[in-house]
Structures are given as structure tokens and as C-alpha cells.
Design a protein around this ligand. Structure first.
Ligand SMILES: Nc1nc2c(ncn2[C@@H]2O[C@H](COP(=O)(O)OP(=O)(O)OP(=O)(O)O)[C@@H](O)[C@H]2O)c(=O)[nH]1
Ligand SMILES: [Mg+2]
Length: 303
């Protein structure tokens, strides 16, 4: 007799930089969502699949929740709450060393305002950065602010406490068939993963506002007879001056970015990749519906 299967969706929410994408990647056991030390790295909902015994956990990584200013911000924050609405369980991540911040308080207020909603678990992340004594007080403070179904202390980066969190989540999943084949780890199209990898390298390399003012799209994908692939991508920048910065002196910057992105794509896809990057000025890309569709975000008229 086969054991009954369980499956469900787990939304990871929190402020930008809380470690949501790092946790998703650890749960999945592969890097499917990009990670940087900067805030607002993730722009859309990214699903990663994790098997825990007979349970399939579909983790939904979301953009960080913050006070939105631009249209892109609004689309990101709305994608984050949309991810929470569709989930069986929500996990709120906070950073141990920052504690109950204003931003976390705002998220908790919004969680309270939701009706008939799913259980919310708390994951105090980055515990490798604080002394253990501090954690109990923080857990108490957090649970005074919201009735969390359960509290976990984890380090998504080091892997501490992650198994406990996964096992508990698995025990909470409703009975039902799996949503994805057992060996599938993500449901993002390859062309989008490739674009995200390049955007990660750009974000790591470029400073200040620039990473937030650009977007990457995979324009062409050509399978080669020798098993390799040729990938053509466009980097859209919104200011003329940004083009030169992305290219760098004598094309140095774009070359370094391209090398790093290509290496990671080749590793992820397990085959040689030929990557061609082009930088284009498109002042209004943040107002164009098509750019949002490419990212997997909703574009709302009148926003
Ligand atoms: N020390 C420490 N750093 C961590 C831990 N988890 C994540 N980080 C770091 O925190 C930074 C942000 O991680 P991300 O996973 O990109 O955070 P995020 O919540 O997805 O951020 P956004 O996509 O911007 O909302 C990165 O530099 C990570 O390496 C942890 O457990 N300990
Ligand atoms: Mg992220």
C-alpha cells in the first residue's frame, strides 16, 4: 500500500533583505531565486519545490514588503501579498539582529487585517548574527504582537533550524496529490531564470539606484547541435547615462557581468552557454505593460 500524499503552498514573506530567497534556495537545494546583499532583489513570485517524505512543499518566494513609491514597487508588493493569499501557510521572516522593526510592524498590522486567513508561522532568520540570549526575548516580543502558529529560529544561510521548519511545514500540508513531478525543483521558465541570473550579476556589480532602474529580458534562445545554447539578452536601462556605466570603460563592466552570468547559467543548466548581452536605453520601461509580463508581474492600468 502506498502512503497518502500531502501537498501545499508555503508563502515566504517579509521585509526586503530578510532572507526569503536564501531560505527558498536552501529548501529546494538549488539556487532558483537570486540573492544579493541589497534590498528589493526579488521582483516577482518564484516557486521552488521541496519534497519532505510524502509531502510536497511548494515554496513561494515573494518580493519584500515595503512602502511602495514607484509603479514597479507597487506591482512587487502586490505580488508579495498575492503570494500570501494563495498559500496554505504563510511564513513571516524577520532578521534576528534587527528585531521588530517598523517595517515588520507594518506587515503584522496588514496580516491582522486579513480575514479568514491561513496560519502564519514566524521564522527569526540570521540567528548566526546574534547571541542566543537575545532570541528568546525577541520571540516573546514577536508573539505578543501576533498570534503566530509556531516560532522557528533559523539561519537560512548556514542551514540552522531549517530542517525543523521544513518538517513542521510538511506536517501541516493538506492531503492531496503533488502539484509537480517529484524531481522538479522550480516552475520558472529557463529564459526567465537566465534573465534573473544576469540581473543578479548586474545588481552585485552596480551601485546605488542603478540596479533598480534596469531590467533584463531573454530575447532569443537558440539550441545548438553540440548541446550548447546561445542566449541573447537585452538589458533595458532608463537613463542615457546608465548605459555607459553598465558597459564600463572599454566594455570592462559588461564583460565581467557576462562572464559571471554565463558561468552560473552553464552550471545551472549543466551545459555550455554562449551569452550575448546588449544594453538598450528605454526610458519608460517601468511604465510598459510588456516589461511587467516578462517579469511575471501584474500591470495595473492607472497605478
Ligand atoms: N548572516 C546571515 N545572512 C543571511 C542569512 N540569510 C540570508 N542572508 C543574507 O541576507 C541577504 C539578503 O538575502 P535574500 O535571500 O536576498 O533576502 P530576500 O528576503 O529575498 O530579499 P528581497 O528579495 O530583496 O526581498 C543576502 O546577503 C544573504 O546572503 C542568514 O541566515 N544569516
Ligand atoms: Mg529575494
Amino acid at each position: 500500500m502506498t502512503e497518502e500524499t500531502h501537498a501545499g503552498f508555503v508563502a515566504l514573506i517579509g521585509e526586503p533583505n530578510a532572507g526569503k530567497s536564501t531560505l527558498l534556495n536552501r529548501m529546494v537545494g538549488a539556487k532558483v531565486s537570486i540573492v544579493t546583499h541589497k534590498v528589493q532583489t526579488t521582483r516577482a513570485r518564484i516557486r521552488g519545490v521541496c519534497m519532505a517524505g510524502q509531502a510536497q512543499l511548494v515554496f513561494v518566494d515573494t518580493p519584500g514588503i515595503f512602502r511602495p513609491r514607484r509603479r514597479l514597487d507597487r506591482a512587487m508588493v502586490s505580488a508579495a501579498w498575492g503570494g500570501a493569499a494563495d498559500a496554505d501557510i504563510v511564513v513571516l521572516l524577520i532578521e534576528a539582529h534587527r528585531g521588530l522593526t517598523e517595517g515588520a510592524k507594518a506587515i503584522i498590522e496588514a496580516l491582522k487585517a486579513r480575514e479568514g486567513s491561513q496560519p502564519v508561522a514566524l521564522a527569526i532568520n540570521k540567528i548566526d548574527r546574534v547571541k542566543a540570549e537575545r532570541l528568546l526575548a525577541l520571540a516573546e516580543e514577536m508573539n505578543g504582537a501576533f498570534p503566530f502558529a509556531k516560532t522557528f529560529m533559523i539561519s537560512a544561510e548556514k542551514g540552522y533550524g531549517v530542517d525543523d521548519l521544513r518538517d513542521w511545514l510538511a506536517s501541516q500540508m493538506p492531503a492531496g496529490p503533488w502539484f509537480y513531478p517529484e524531481d522538479q525543483i522550480a516552475d520558472l521558465p529557463m529564459r526567465m531564470i537566465a534573465a534573473e541570473i544576469t540581473r543578479e550579476k548586474l545588481t552585485l556589480r552596480l551601485h546605488e539606484e542603478l540596479p533598480y532602474q534596469l531590467t533584463v529580458e531573454t530575447e532569443r534562445w537558440e539550441e545548438k547541435p553540440d548541446g550548447s545554447a546561445r542566449i541573447d539578452q537585452i538589458i533595458y536601462v532608463s537613463r542615457d547615462g546608465h548605459k555607459g556605466i553598465v558597459l564600463g570603460k572599454g566594455g570592462e563592466t559588461i564583460k565581467a557581468i557576462s562572464t559571471a552570468a554565463r558561468a552560473e547559467m552553464a552550471e545551472f543548466m549543466g551545459r555550455p552557454i554562449h551569452l550575448f548581452l546588449q544594453v538598450k536605453l528605454r526610458e519608460n520601461w517601468q511604465e510598459e505593460a510588456e516589461r511587467y509580463t516578462e517579469m511575471g508581474l501584474d500591470f495595473k492600468d492607472g497605478d
